[in-house]
Design a binder for this molecule. Structure first.
Ligand SMILES: [Zn+2]
Length: 162
C-alpha cells in the first residue's frame, strides 16, 4: 500500500476508465472528508497499484484506494472510520464505508462494525458511489468520537473500566 494525501493518489492509474469529470468529483468528495476529520493529517489515504486491475478472488477484500481513520483511546479502546474502494469477489468495484469499534463483550470479537454501507459500482458510477460514501462518512464524523456512543447505538456492552 502507498500512503499520502488524496492529491498524491494516481487516480487514472488506479481507475483507468475514470473520466476527468469523475476524477474532479472524487477530489471534491475526498476534500469534504478531509475537512470533516477532527485532526487532519495529510498522509492518511492509502492505495494499491497492484489492485488497479481485478486481482481475482484472493483471501480478503482487495483495497484499491481508501481512508482509515483510527482513533485510539486509553485502555485499548478503538474507534475506526473507513471509506474504501474495493473489489468484490465477483470482480466489481465497490465503495465500502464503515464505523467499527473495539469489542468489550465477554467473548472477545476484537471489533464490531456498528454501521456500514456498501455501494457496488454496477449501475451507479464510481464517482456517484464515492460521493455517497463520503457523505455517509462525513455524517458519521460529525457524531461523537466516542466508541461507547457507537456501542450503545449498536446494543453492544460499554468499555469495562479496570
Ligand atoms: Zn463483541
Amino acid at each position: 500500500m502507498m500512503r499520502g494525501a488524496f492529491d498524491d493518489a494516481p487516480l487514472t492509474t488506479l481507475f483507468p476508465l475514470l473520466t476527468p469529470a469523475e476524477a474532479a468529483s472524487l477530489h471534491r468528495a475526498a476534500g469534504t472528508v478531509d475537512a470533516a476529520r477532527a485532526r487532519r493529517t495529510a498522509a492518511d489515504w492509502e492505495w494499491a497499484l497492484e489492485h488497479a486491475a481485478f486481482p481475482g478472488t484472493p483471501l480478503g477484500t482487495p483495497i484499491v484506494l481508501g481512508l482509515d481513520v483510527i482513533e485510539h483511546a486509553e485502555g485499548g479502546d478503538q474507534l475506526e472510520f473507513l471509506l474504501q474502494v474495493v473489489w468484490t469477489d465477483r470482480g466489481h468495484l465497490a465503495v465500502d464505508t464503515a464505523v467499527n469499534v473495539a469489542c468489550w463483550c465477554e467473548t472477545d470479537h476484537a471489533t464490531h462494525d456498528v454501521d456500514a454501507l456498501r455501494l457496488v459500482i454496477d449501475e451507479t458510477s464510481l464517482s456517484d458511489a464515492f460521493r455517497a460514501g463520503a457523505e455517509r462518512l462525513t455524517g458519521w464524523l460529525a457524531d461523537p468520537h466516542d466508541a461507547d456512543h457507537w456501542r450503545a447505538k449498536a446494543g453492544l456492552p460499554p468499555r469495562r473500566m479496570s
